[in-house]
Design a protein around this ligand. Structure first.
Ligand code: PEP
Ligand code: MG
Length: 539
Protein backbone atom coordinates (compact mmCIF):
# COMPACT_ATOMS: atom_id res chain seq x y z
CA UNK A 1 0.00 0.00 0.00
CA UNK A 2 1.43 3.38 -1.09
CA UNK A 3 0.28 6.51 0.73
CA UNK A 4 1.23 10.07 -0.05
CA UNK A 5 2.10 12.67 2.52
CA UNK A 6 4.09 15.82 2.82
CA UNK A 7 7.77 15.54 3.51
CA UNK A 8 9.17 17.64 6.32
CA UNK A 9 12.61 16.09 6.15
CA UNK A 10 14.25 14.06 3.44
CA UNK A 11 15.91 10.68 3.73
CA UNK A 12 14.94 7.03 3.60
CA UNK A 13 13.86 4.81 6.47
CA UNK A 14 13.11 1.11 6.27
CA UNK A 15 11.76 -0.73 9.27
CA UNK A 16 8.80 -1.97 11.29
CA UNK A 17 5.98 0.40 12.21
CA UNK A 18 4.93 1.29 15.72
CA UNK A 19 1.64 3.11 16.14
CA UNK A 20 2.25 5.53 18.98
CA UNK A 21 -0.83 4.88 21.05
CA UNK A 22 -3.27 7.47 22.09
CA UNK A 23 -5.76 4.62 22.05
CA UNK A 24 -7.46 4.59 25.41
CA UNK A 25 -7.15 1.24 27.10
CA UNK A 26 -10.38 -0.70 27.31
CA UNK A 27 -11.34 -0.85 30.95
CA UNK A 28 -13.98 -3.30 32.17
CA UNK A 29 -15.98 -2.94 35.38
CA UNK A 30 -15.43 -5.96 37.64
CA UNK A 31 -16.65 -6.75 41.13
CA UNK A 32 -13.99 -7.37 43.77
CA UNK A 33 -14.52 -8.98 47.13
CA UNK A 34 -11.44 -7.75 48.96
CA UNK A 35 -11.63 -3.96 48.55
CA UNK A 36 -8.77 -3.33 50.99
CA UNK A 37 -6.28 -5.20 48.85
CA UNK A 38 -7.72 -3.55 45.72
CA UNK A 39 -6.99 -0.13 47.28
CA UNK A 40 -3.50 -1.34 48.07
CA UNK A 41 -3.07 -2.45 44.44
CA UNK A 42 -4.08 1.06 43.33
CA UNK A 43 -1.66 2.71 45.77
CA UNK A 44 1.21 0.55 44.55
CA UNK A 45 0.41 1.35 40.89
CA UNK A 46 0.23 5.05 41.75
CA UNK A 47 3.68 4.90 43.38
CA UNK A 48 5.07 3.05 40.38
CA UNK A 49 3.61 5.71 38.06
CA UNK A 50 5.29 8.41 40.14
CA UNK A 51 8.57 6.50 39.83
CA UNK A 52 8.22 6.44 36.03
CA UNK A 53 7.46 10.15 36.01
CA UNK A 54 10.48 10.92 38.18
CA UNK A 55 12.69 9.09 35.67
CA UNK A 56 11.06 10.98 32.81
CA UNK A 57 11.65 14.24 34.67
CA UNK A 58 15.38 13.47 34.98
CA UNK A 59 15.60 12.48 31.31
CA UNK A 60 13.78 15.63 30.17
CA UNK A 61 15.91 17.78 32.46
CA UNK A 62 19.06 16.47 30.81
CA UNK A 63 17.71 16.68 27.28
CA UNK A 64 15.47 19.75 27.18
CA UNK A 65 15.98 21.72 30.38
CA UNK A 66 14.01 22.43 33.50
CA UNK A 67 11.14 24.43 32.05
CA UNK A 68 10.23 21.59 29.70
CA UNK A 69 10.72 18.90 32.32
CA UNK A 70 8.23 20.57 34.70
CA UNK A 71 5.24 18.76 33.19
CA UNK A 72 6.45 15.48 34.69
CA UNK A 73 6.71 17.06 38.11
CA UNK A 74 3.19 18.46 37.76
CA UNK A 75 1.93 14.97 36.83
CA UNK A 76 3.56 13.50 39.94
CA UNK A 77 1.79 16.09 42.09
CA UNK A 78 -1.55 15.46 40.38
CA UNK A 79 -1.26 11.77 41.23
CA UNK A 80 -1.13 12.72 44.90
CA UNK A 81 -4.05 15.14 44.68
CA UNK A 82 -6.31 14.36 47.64
CA UNK A 83 -9.63 14.75 45.77
CA UNK A 84 -8.40 12.51 42.96
CA UNK A 85 -7.09 9.78 45.28
CA UNK A 86 -10.17 9.93 47.52
CA UNK A 87 -12.55 9.64 44.61
CA UNK A 88 -10.78 6.45 43.47
CA UNK A 89 -10.51 4.80 46.90
CA UNK A 90 -14.14 5.70 47.75
CA UNK A 91 -15.35 4.15 44.54
CA UNK A 92 -13.43 0.94 45.22
CA UNK A 93 -14.64 0.61 48.81
CA UNK A 94 -18.26 1.79 48.41
CA UNK A 95 -19.02 0.07 45.09
CA UNK A 96 -16.69 -2.96 45.45
CA UNK A 97 -15.21 -2.41 41.98
CA UNK A 98 -11.79 -3.00 40.45
CA UNK A 99 -9.08 -0.32 40.66
CA UNK A 100 -8.78 0.04 36.85
CA UNK A 101 -12.44 1.01 36.53
CA UNK A 102 -12.30 3.42 39.49
CA UNK A 103 -9.24 5.17 38.03
CA UNK A 104 -10.77 5.37 34.53
CA UNK A 105 -14.07 6.75 35.83
CA UNK A 106 -12.39 9.27 38.13
CA UNK A 107 -10.05 10.30 35.29
CA UNK A 108 -13.06 10.88 32.98
CA UNK A 109 -15.02 12.78 35.65
CA UNK A 110 -12.13 15.06 36.53
CA UNK A 111 -11.27 15.65 32.86
CA UNK A 112 -14.89 16.64 32.16
CA UNK A 113 -14.87 18.98 35.13
CA UNK A 114 -11.63 20.67 33.99
CA UNK A 115 -12.82 20.86 30.38
CA UNK A 116 -15.92 22.79 31.47
CA UNK A 117 -13.95 25.49 33.26
CA UNK A 118 -13.62 29.04 31.92
CA UNK A 119 -9.95 29.36 32.53
CA UNK A 120 -7.82 28.13 29.59
CA UNK A 121 -5.07 26.94 31.91
CA UNK A 122 -7.50 24.78 33.90
CA UNK A 123 -9.11 23.48 30.70
CA UNK A 124 -5.71 22.19 29.60
CA UNK A 125 -5.46 20.13 32.80
CA UNK A 126 -8.19 17.86 31.34
CA UNK A 127 -5.60 16.22 29.07
CA UNK A 128 -3.17 15.87 31.98
CA UNK A 129 -5.62 14.10 34.28
CA UNK A 130 -6.44 11.65 31.48
CA UNK A 131 -2.75 11.17 30.86
CA UNK A 132 -1.94 10.30 34.49
CA UNK A 133 -4.99 8.03 34.76
CA UNK A 134 -3.97 6.12 31.63
CA UNK A 135 -0.51 5.69 33.05
CA UNK A 136 -1.88 4.13 36.26
CA UNK A 137 -4.33 1.94 34.31
CA UNK A 138 -1.46 0.77 32.09
CA UNK A 139 0.48 -0.32 35.17
CA UNK A 140 -2.57 -2.01 36.74
CA UNK A 141 -3.07 -3.93 33.50
CA UNK A 142 0.54 -5.06 33.49
CA UNK A 143 1.71 -2.76 30.68
CA UNK A 144 5.05 -1.47 31.88
CA UNK A 145 6.15 -0.23 28.51
CA UNK A 146 4.18 2.98 28.02
CA UNK A 147 6.21 5.38 25.90
CA UNK A 148 8.97 2.85 25.52
CA UNK A 149 9.88 1.58 22.11
CA UNK A 150 11.43 -1.85 22.58
CA UNK A 151 14.87 -2.82 21.32
CA UNK A 152 14.40 -2.56 17.59
CA UNK A 153 14.36 0.95 16.02
CA UNK A 154 10.95 1.70 14.47
CA UNK A 155 9.07 3.98 12.12
CA UNK A 156 6.85 5.88 14.53
CA UNK A 157 3.27 6.47 13.37
CA UNK A 158 1.05 8.88 15.28
CA UNK A 159 -1.96 11.14 14.91
CA UNK A 160 0.27 13.99 15.98
CA UNK A 161 2.97 14.25 18.60
CA UNK A 162 2.94 16.78 21.39
CA UNK A 163 6.27 18.09 22.67
CA UNK A 164 5.63 16.37 26.03
CA UNK A 165 5.32 13.07 24.15
CA UNK A 166 8.39 13.42 21.97
CA UNK A 167 10.45 14.17 25.04
CA UNK A 168 9.55 10.73 26.43
CA UNK A 169 10.86 8.89 23.40
CA UNK A 170 14.19 7.19 23.24
CA UNK A 171 15.32 9.00 20.09
CA UNK A 172 17.85 6.32 19.20
CA UNK A 173 14.90 3.96 18.59
CA UNK A 174 13.14 6.19 16.04
CA UNK A 175 13.92 5.74 12.34
CA UNK A 176 11.28 8.15 11.09
CA UNK A 177 8.16 10.09 12.13
CA UNK A 178 4.94 9.72 10.14
CA UNK A 179 1.92 11.66 11.38
CA UNK A 180 -1.66 12.14 10.20
CA UNK A 181 -1.80 15.77 11.30
CA UNK A 182 0.71 18.50 12.05
CA UNK A 183 2.31 20.99 9.74
CA UNK A 184 5.71 21.56 8.22
CA UNK A 185 6.44 23.91 11.06
CA UNK A 186 5.21 21.66 13.86
CA UNK A 187 7.43 20.59 16.70
CA UNK A 188 7.67 17.07 15.24
CA UNK A 189 8.95 18.52 11.98
CA UNK A 190 11.58 20.60 13.71
CA UNK A 191 12.57 17.61 15.85
CA UNK A 192 12.95 15.39 12.77
CA UNK A 193 15.20 17.95 11.10
CA UNK A 194 17.28 18.23 14.23
CA UNK A 195 17.53 14.44 14.52
CA UNK A 196 18.32 14.15 10.83
CA UNK A 197 15.67 11.51 10.13
CA UNK A 198 12.98 11.44 7.42
CA UNK A 199 9.53 12.61 8.43
CA UNK A 200 6.15 12.84 6.73
CA UNK A 201 2.95 14.58 7.75
CA UNK A 202 -0.57 14.23 6.40
CA UNK A 203 -0.32 10.45 5.94
CA UNK A 204 -3.60 8.68 6.66
CA UNK A 205 -2.06 5.36 7.70
CA UNK A 206 -4.28 2.46 8.84
CA UNK A 207 -4.12 1.34 12.50
CA UNK A 208 -3.30 -2.17 11.22
CA UNK A 209 0.15 -0.87 10.23
CA UNK A 210 1.33 -1.82 13.73
CA UNK A 211 4.27 -4.21 13.51
CA UNK A 212 4.32 -4.28 9.71
CA UNK A 213 7.28 -3.48 7.50
CA UNK A 214 7.32 -0.09 5.75
CA UNK A 215 9.46 2.35 3.79
CA UNK A 216 9.47 6.09 4.32
CA UNK A 217 10.69 8.06 1.33
CA UNK A 218 11.25 11.55 2.70
CA UNK A 219 12.27 12.86 -0.70
CA UNK A 220 9.10 11.95 -2.58
CA UNK A 221 6.79 12.15 0.45
CA UNK A 222 5.84 8.46 0.18
CA UNK A 223 4.90 5.94 2.85
CA UNK A 224 4.96 2.38 1.50
CA UNK A 225 3.33 -0.15 3.80
CA UNK A 226 4.28 -3.81 3.28
CA UNK A 227 6.57 -3.09 0.33
CA UNK A 228 7.32 -5.70 -2.33
CA UNK A 229 10.71 -7.42 -2.40
CA UNK A 230 11.64 -5.31 -5.41
CA UNK A 231 10.75 -2.05 -3.65
CA UNK A 232 12.74 -3.11 -0.60
CA UNK A 233 15.82 -3.78 -2.72
CA UNK A 234 15.53 -0.48 -4.62
CA UNK A 235 15.21 1.49 -1.40
CA UNK A 236 18.01 -0.40 0.36
CA UNK A 237 20.29 0.61 -2.51
CA UNK A 238 19.13 4.24 -2.31
CA UNK A 239 19.78 4.22 1.43
CA UNK A 240 23.30 2.90 0.87
CA UNK A 241 23.95 5.79 -1.54
CA UNK A 242 22.59 8.24 1.05
CA UNK A 243 24.83 6.85 3.75
CA UNK A 244 27.78 7.16 1.41
CA UNK A 245 27.07 10.86 0.74
CA UNK A 246 26.57 11.44 4.47
CA UNK A 247 30.04 9.98 5.12
CA UNK A 248 31.53 12.27 2.46
CA UNK A 249 29.83 15.25 4.11
CA UNK A 250 31.53 14.40 7.40
CA UNK A 251 34.80 15.28 5.71
CA UNK A 252 33.59 18.87 5.56
CA UNK A 253 33.77 19.16 9.33
CA UNK A 254 36.34 21.70 10.41
CA UNK A 255 36.41 23.25 6.92
CA UNK A 256 35.64 26.91 6.21
CA UNK A 257 32.41 28.21 4.71
CA UNK A 258 34.29 29.77 1.84
CA UNK A 259 33.24 30.23 -1.78
CA UNK A 260 35.40 29.34 -4.77
CA UNK A 261 36.21 33.05 -5.17
CA UNK A 262 37.20 33.51 -1.54
CA UNK A 263 34.16 34.94 0.28
CA UNK A 264 33.55 33.54 3.77
CA UNK A 265 30.13 33.66 5.41
CA UNK A 266 28.80 32.52 8.77
CA UNK A 267 26.89 29.26 8.94
CA UNK A 268 24.80 28.94 12.09
CA UNK A 269 22.12 26.54 13.34
CA UNK A 270 18.47 26.91 14.41
CA UNK A 271 17.45 25.35 17.71
CA UNK A 272 14.33 24.98 19.85
CA UNK A 273 15.99 24.25 23.18
CA UNK A 274 18.95 23.12 25.24
CA UNK A 275 18.60 19.54 23.96
CA UNK A 276 19.45 20.58 20.39
CA UNK A 277 22.89 21.97 21.21
CA UNK A 278 24.57 18.57 20.97
CA UNK A 279 23.61 18.24 17.30
CA UNK A 280 24.67 21.86 16.64
CA UNK A 281 28.15 20.98 17.88
CA UNK A 282 28.19 17.56 16.21
CA UNK A 283 27.47 19.21 12.86
CA UNK A 284 30.13 21.87 13.36
CA UNK A 285 27.90 24.96 13.18
CA UNK A 286 29.68 28.26 13.84
CA UNK A 287 26.99 29.47 16.22
CA UNK A 288 23.25 29.54 16.83
CA UNK A 289 21.44 31.90 14.49
CA UNK A 290 17.94 31.29 15.82
CA UNK A 291 17.04 30.02 19.27
CA UNK A 292 13.25 29.73 19.16
CA UNK A 293 12.79 30.68 22.80
CA UNK A 294 9.02 30.15 22.71
CA UNK A 295 9.57 26.40 23.06
CA UNK A 296 10.50 27.07 26.69
CA UNK A 297 7.01 28.52 27.09
CA UNK A 298 5.20 26.02 24.87
CA UNK A 299 6.43 22.98 26.72
CA UNK A 300 5.88 24.47 30.13
CA UNK A 301 2.67 24.38 32.19
CA UNK A 302 3.02 27.93 33.48
CA UNK A 303 5.12 31.02 32.80
CA UNK A 304 8.76 29.89 32.96
CA UNK A 305 10.42 31.92 35.70
CA UNK A 306 13.42 34.22 35.19
CA UNK A 307 15.57 31.63 36.93
CA UNK A 308 14.39 28.74 34.72
CA UNK A 309 14.97 30.76 31.57
CA UNK A 310 18.33 32.04 32.79
CA UNK A 311 19.50 28.46 33.34
CA UNK A 312 18.42 27.40 29.82
CA UNK A 313 20.04 30.40 28.08
CA UNK A 314 23.18 30.13 30.20
CA UNK A 315 23.54 26.40 29.46
CA UNK A 316 23.27 27.05 25.73
CA UNK A 317 25.71 30.00 25.88
CA UNK A 318 28.23 28.00 27.93
CA UNK A 319 27.99 24.92 25.73
CA UNK A 320 28.59 27.06 22.66
CA UNK A 321 31.78 28.31 24.34
CA UNK A 322 31.97 31.87 23.04
CA UNK A 323 30.30 31.20 19.69
CA UNK A 324 27.40 33.48 18.84
CA UNK A 325 23.95 32.53 20.22
CA UNK A 326 21.05 34.61 18.86
CA UNK A 327 17.98 34.32 21.06
CA UNK A 328 14.73 35.24 19.35
CA UNK A 329 12.42 36.73 21.98
CA UNK A 330 9.09 35.09 22.64
CA UNK A 331 7.17 34.41 19.41
CA UNK A 332 3.81 32.98 20.49
CA UNK A 333 0.33 33.45 19.12
CA UNK A 334 -0.92 32.19 15.73
CA UNK A 335 0.03 28.49 15.48
CA UNK A 336 1.96 28.56 18.76
CA UNK A 337 -0.70 28.79 21.46
CA UNK A 338 0.16 28.72 25.13
CA UNK A 339 -2.85 28.07 27.38
CA UNK A 340 -1.71 29.97 30.44
CA UNK A 341 -1.37 33.21 28.44
CA UNK A 342 -5.18 33.16 28.20
CA UNK A 343 -5.24 34.68 24.74
CA UNK A 344 -8.62 35.26 23.12
CA UNK A 345 -9.65 33.10 20.19
CA UNK A 346 -9.10 35.09 17.00
CA UNK A 347 -10.64 35.08 13.53
CA UNK A 348 -7.27 35.51 11.89
CA UNK A 349 -4.53 34.44 14.31
CA UNK A 350 -1.60 34.61 11.85
CA UNK A 351 -2.33 38.31 11.57
CA UNK A 352 -3.38 38.63 15.16
CA UNK A 353 -2.12 39.24 18.63
CA UNK A 354 1.28 37.60 18.57
CA UNK A 355 5.02 37.81 19.20
CA UNK A 356 6.35 41.34 19.81
CA UNK A 357 2.78 42.67 19.93
CA UNK A 358 2.10 40.62 23.05
CA UNK A 359 5.53 41.35 24.54
CA UNK A 360 5.17 45.12 24.22
CA UNK A 361 1.74 44.86 25.82
CA UNK A 362 2.68 42.50 28.65
CA UNK A 363 5.84 44.22 29.69
CA UNK A 364 6.35 42.23 32.87
CA UNK A 365 6.44 38.95 30.99
CA UNK A 366 8.75 40.44 28.38
CA UNK A 367 11.09 41.93 30.95
CA UNK A 368 11.34 38.60 32.78
CA UNK A 369 12.65 37.08 29.56
CA UNK A 370 14.97 39.99 28.81
CA UNK A 371 16.43 39.88 32.32
CA UNK A 372 17.10 36.14 31.94
CA UNK A 373 18.82 36.71 28.58
CA UNK A 374 20.95 39.63 29.81
CA UNK A 375 22.03 37.68 32.89
CA UNK A 376 23.00 34.72 30.68
CA UNK A 377 24.96 37.03 28.35
CA UNK A 378 27.74 37.12 30.93
CA UNK A 379 28.42 33.43 30.29
CA UNK A 380 28.86 33.50 26.52
CA UNK A 381 28.25 35.47 23.35
CA UNK A 382 24.54 36.25 23.26
CA UNK A 383 22.54 38.44 20.86
CA UNK A 384 18.83 39.21 20.92
CA UNK A 385 16.42 39.56 18.02
CA UNK A 386 12.79 40.64 17.96
CA UNK A 387 10.20 38.76 15.86
CA UNK A 388 7.29 40.06 13.73
CA UNK A 389 8.45 43.67 13.64
CA UNK A 390 6.43 46.06 11.45
CA UNK A 391 7.58 49.49 12.62
CA UNK A 392 10.48 51.56 13.90
CA UNK A 393 8.38 52.45 16.92
CA UNK A 394 8.15 48.79 18.00
CA UNK A 395 11.92 48.42 17.76
CA UNK A 396 12.48 51.57 19.82
CA UNK A 397 10.06 50.39 22.50
CA UNK A 398 11.74 46.96 22.65
CA UNK A 399 15.17 48.62 22.86
CA UNK A 400 13.93 50.90 25.65
CA UNK A 401 12.91 47.83 27.65
CA UNK A 402 16.37 46.33 27.08
CA UNK A 403 17.88 49.56 28.42
CA UNK A 404 15.59 49.41 31.48
CA UNK A 405 16.73 45.85 32.13
CA UNK A 406 20.40 46.86 31.78
CA UNK A 407 19.89 49.68 34.30
CA UNK A 408 18.12 47.38 36.77
CA UNK A 409 20.85 44.76 36.57
CA UNK A 410 23.53 47.43 37.03
CA UNK A 411 21.77 48.71 40.18
CA UNK A 412 21.49 45.16 41.49
CA UNK A 413 25.17 44.50 40.78
CA UNK A 414 24.35 41.58 38.46
CA UNK A 415 26.94 41.16 35.68
CA UNK A 416 26.06 41.07 31.98
CA UNK A 417 27.93 41.53 28.70
CA UNK A 418 27.32 43.62 25.58
CA UNK A 419 24.39 42.21 23.68
CA UNK A 420 23.93 42.84 19.94
CA UNK A 421 20.33 43.67 19.03
CA UNK A 422 18.66 42.68 15.79
CA UNK A 423 15.28 42.35 14.17
CA UNK A 424 13.72 39.56 12.20
CA UNK A 425 12.55 40.76 8.84
CA UNK A 426 9.49 38.61 8.27
CA UNK A 427 6.76 41.06 7.28
CA UNK A 428 6.58 42.98 3.99
CA UNK A 429 6.34 46.17 6.09
CA UNK A 430 9.70 45.46 7.72
CA UNK A 431 11.23 44.70 4.32
CA UNK A 432 9.94 47.95 2.87
CA UNK A 433 11.30 50.04 5.77
CA UNK A 434 14.49 48.01 6.18
CA UNK A 435 16.52 51.18 5.47
CA UNK A 436 14.96 52.82 8.55
CA UNK A 437 15.21 49.68 10.71
CA UNK A 438 18.90 49.36 9.84
CA UNK A 439 19.51 52.66 11.68
CA UNK A 440 18.14 51.11 14.87
CA UNK A 441 19.87 47.73 15.21
CA UNK A 442 23.08 45.76 14.65
CA UNK A 443 21.74 43.02 12.39
CA UNK A 444 18.81 41.61 10.40
CA UNK A 445 17.74 37.98 10.22
CA UNK A 446 15.23 37.26 7.48
CA UNK A 447 12.42 34.92 8.52
CA UNK A 448 11.51 33.62 5.09
CA UNK A 449 8.78 31.31 6.43
CA UNK A 450 6.64 34.22 7.55
CA UNK A 451 7.93 36.63 4.90
CA UNK A 452 6.66 34.21 2.24
CA UNK A 453 3.35 33.75 4.06
CA UNK A 454 2.67 37.49 4.32
CA UNK A 455 4.06 38.45 0.92
CA UNK A 456 2.05 35.83 -0.94
CA UNK A 457 -0.98 36.08 1.40
CA UNK A 458 -0.81 32.31 1.90
CA UNK A 459 -1.38 30.76 5.32
CA UNK A 460 1.73 28.64 5.90
CA UNK A 461 -0.32 26.24 8.05
CA UNK A 462 -2.92 25.48 5.39
CA UNK A 463 -2.02 22.17 3.65
CA UNK A 464 -4.41 23.00 0.78
CA UNK A 465 -2.17 25.87 -0.24
CA UNK A 466 1.12 24.01 0.01
CA UNK A 467 1.41 23.75 -3.76
CA UNK A 468 1.41 27.54 -4.21
CA UNK A 469 3.37 28.47 -1.07
CA UNK A 470 6.44 29.37 -3.08
CA UNK A 471 9.41 30.92 -1.27
CA UNK A 472 11.17 31.12 -4.66
CA UNK A 473 8.53 33.65 -5.80
CA UNK A 474 10.21 36.63 -7.41
CA UNK A 475 8.32 38.87 -4.96
CA UNK A 476 10.09 37.21 -2.03
CA UNK A 477 13.52 37.16 -3.73
CA UNK A 478 13.29 40.85 -4.67
CA UNK A 479 12.49 41.72 -1.07
CA UNK A 480 15.44 39.67 0.08
CA UNK A 481 17.75 41.60 -2.25
CA UNK A 482 16.35 44.88 -0.96
CA UNK A 483 16.69 43.86 2.71
CA UNK A 484 20.34 42.87 2.22
CA UNK A 485 21.18 46.11 0.38
CA UNK A 486 19.39 48.31 2.92
CA UNK A 487 20.92 46.43 5.82
CA UNK A 488 24.43 46.87 4.47
CA UNK A 489 23.89 50.57 3.74
CA UNK A 490 22.81 51.06 7.35
CA UNK A 491 25.79 49.12 8.75
CA UNK A 492 23.94 45.89 9.64
CA UNK A 493 25.01 42.39 8.82
CA UNK A 494 22.19 40.35 7.25
CA UNK A 495 21.35 36.67 7.63
CA UNK A 496 18.54 34.29 6.71
CA UNK A 497 17.08 32.01 9.38
CA UNK A 498 13.89 30.79 7.64
CA UNK A 499 13.80 27.35 6.00
CA UNK A 500 14.78 28.90 2.67
CA UNK A 501 18.28 29.49 4.07
CA UNK A 502 18.89 25.73 3.76
CA UNK A 503 17.65 25.53 0.16
CA UNK A 504 20.86 24.59 -1.62
CA UNK A 505 19.41 25.46 -5.02
CA UNK A 506 19.54 29.10 -3.90
CA UNK A 507 22.83 29.15 -1.95
CA UNK A 508 24.77 30.74 -4.79
CA UNK A 509 21.99 33.32 -5.36
CA UNK A 510 22.09 34.29 -1.66
CA UNK A 511 25.86 34.64 -1.79
CA UNK A 512 25.60 36.82 -4.88
CA UNK A 513 22.99 38.96 -3.12
CA UNK A 514 25.62 39.51 -0.42
CA UNK A 515 24.15 37.54 2.48
CA UNK A 516 26.49 37.43 5.52
CA UNK A 517 25.00 34.51 7.43
CA UNK A 518 22.75 31.50 6.91
CA UNK A 519 21.11 29.78 9.86
CA UNK A 520 19.73 26.32 9.14
CA UNK A 521 18.68 23.20 11.04
CA UNK A 522 21.76 21.43 12.46
CA UNK A 523 21.40 18.48 10.07
CA UNK A 524 21.68 20.81 7.05
CA UNK A 525 24.91 22.55 8.09
CA UNK A 526 27.33 20.32 6.20
CA UNK A 527 25.14 20.15 3.10
CA UNK A 528 24.97 23.94 2.93
CA UNK A 529 28.73 24.20 3.60
CA UNK A 530 29.34 21.86 0.67
CA UNK A 531 27.22 24.11 -1.56
CA UNK A 532 28.93 27.32 -0.39
CA UNK A 533 32.30 25.80 -1.29
CA UNK A 534 31.01 25.03 -4.81
CA UNK A 535 29.63 28.55 -5.36
CA UNK A 536 30.90 31.90 -6.59
CA UNK A 537 29.92 35.01 -4.61
CA UNK A 538 30.68 37.38 -7.47
CA UNK A 539 28.38 37.46 -10.47
C1 PEP B 1 10.40 32.49 9.92
O1 PEP B 1 9.28 32.98 9.98
O2 PEP B 1 11.03 32.32 8.86
C2 PEP B 1 11.09 32.05 11.15
C3 PEP B 1 12.36 31.68 11.14
O3 PEP B 1 10.38 32.00 12.31
P1 PEP B 1 9.30 30.85 12.64
O4 PEP B 1 9.41 29.79 11.59
O5 PEP B 1 9.63 30.35 13.99
O6 PEP B 1 8.03 31.64 12.56
MG1 MG C 1 8.47 33.64 11.90
Amino acid sequence: MKLEGKSVFSGIAIGKCKVFGKKESLVKRNKVADTASEIKRFSQAKEQAKGQLALLYDKALREVGEANAMIFEVHQMMLDDLDYVESITNMISSQGINAEFAVATTGDNFAEMFAAMDDDYMRERAADVKDISNRVIGILQGDHSRGELGDEPVILLADDLAPSETVQLDKSKVLSFVTRHGSTNSHTAILARTMNIPALIGVDFPEEAEGKMAIVDGKKGLFILEPSQEELETYRELRRQEEHSARLLQELKGQENITKDGKTIQLYANIGGVGDVASVLANDAGGIGLFRSEFLYLESQDYPTEEQQFKAYRTVAENMAGKKVIIRTLDIGADKQVGYFNLDKEENPAMGYRAIRICLDRKDTFKTQLRAIYRASYYGNISIMFPMIISVDEVRRAKALCKEVEEELKCEGIPFSDVELGVMIETPAAAMISDLLAEEVDFFSVGTNDLTQYTLAIDRQNPKLDAIYDPHHEGVLRMLRMIIDNGHKGGCWVGICGELGADVTLTETFLQMGVDELSVSPSMILRVREQIRKSNASI
